[in-house]
Design a protein around this ligand. Sequence first.
Ligand SMILES: [Zn+2]
Length: 306
Amino acid sequence: MQIPRKLDKYIIGALVVLTVLFIAGIVFFFIRTDSLQNDIADLRNYSKELTNTLASTTASLNEQLAYTHTSLSNAISEERNNVGTLQNQLGGFQNQFGNLSGTVTTLQKLSQTDPELLKKYSKVYFLNENYVPSRLSEIPLTYQYSDRKQLLLQSDVLPRLEDMVNAASSTGVKLYVFSAYRSFDEQKALKGIYTVNYGAGTANSFSADQGYSEHQLGTAVDMITPGLGGQLDGFDNTNAYTWMLANAYKYGFVISYPKNNGYYVFEPWHWRFVGVKLATDLHNQGKNFYDMDQRDIDKYLANIFD
Ligand SMILES: [Zn+2]
């Protein structure tokens, strides 16, 4: 078959063009692939960079978070400590306030309490002859041994005395008041009678001066019980005396001059009100009022009528 020459030329031309285009395509394809590979590498690098940045940012954030957490914890515990300190201070203030109000109460009580009520009297320390108790009340006749005279007692002590006598009575023990408050003049007159009757030496031994001061205070009583012929002597052999030794402290009374004491003659009938607290402490420690230091005794003054 004959191909026309002119057509032949065209075909060759077209083939050349196609070949050129084909080659150009391949070149372009390789160039393009190369560029894409570069792009991918770039992207990978970028991604790596991003990952690194993310990691370092996360680490930094974690660090900051940990730091913040620690700081907050520290701040919180510091605040807690502050609150604790404040609470302690508040507690301290409250205690101080409590102590203060306690002190004020004690001072108030002390200012209203006759300091003589708990004084120790001796051959050298007497109650002033002009001393008269601030308040005296009449002892009801049922508590008196004899209804021939009016007996007076310090008004705050009277109810304690009545309680004591009633308590004894409820156990079958009969107690009566033989003598209570005596003024300086009464005592002087009484001592005069004793001195006339027994001579100064004997009178001093049983109606002497310590006991006299206590009667002038209005807080001391001489107790008696039936069966002694109206005499104080022999009181120590009665169940009334035994009962008082065991129970009088519960009502605030102590025996001023007990057996074998070193400062005065034994007076089993003579009891003095010193307050329940002091009487109880003396009873529990087996001590006598006159054996105690005046400074230690004074601590009980504010609460003598509690
Ligand atoms: Zn007496």
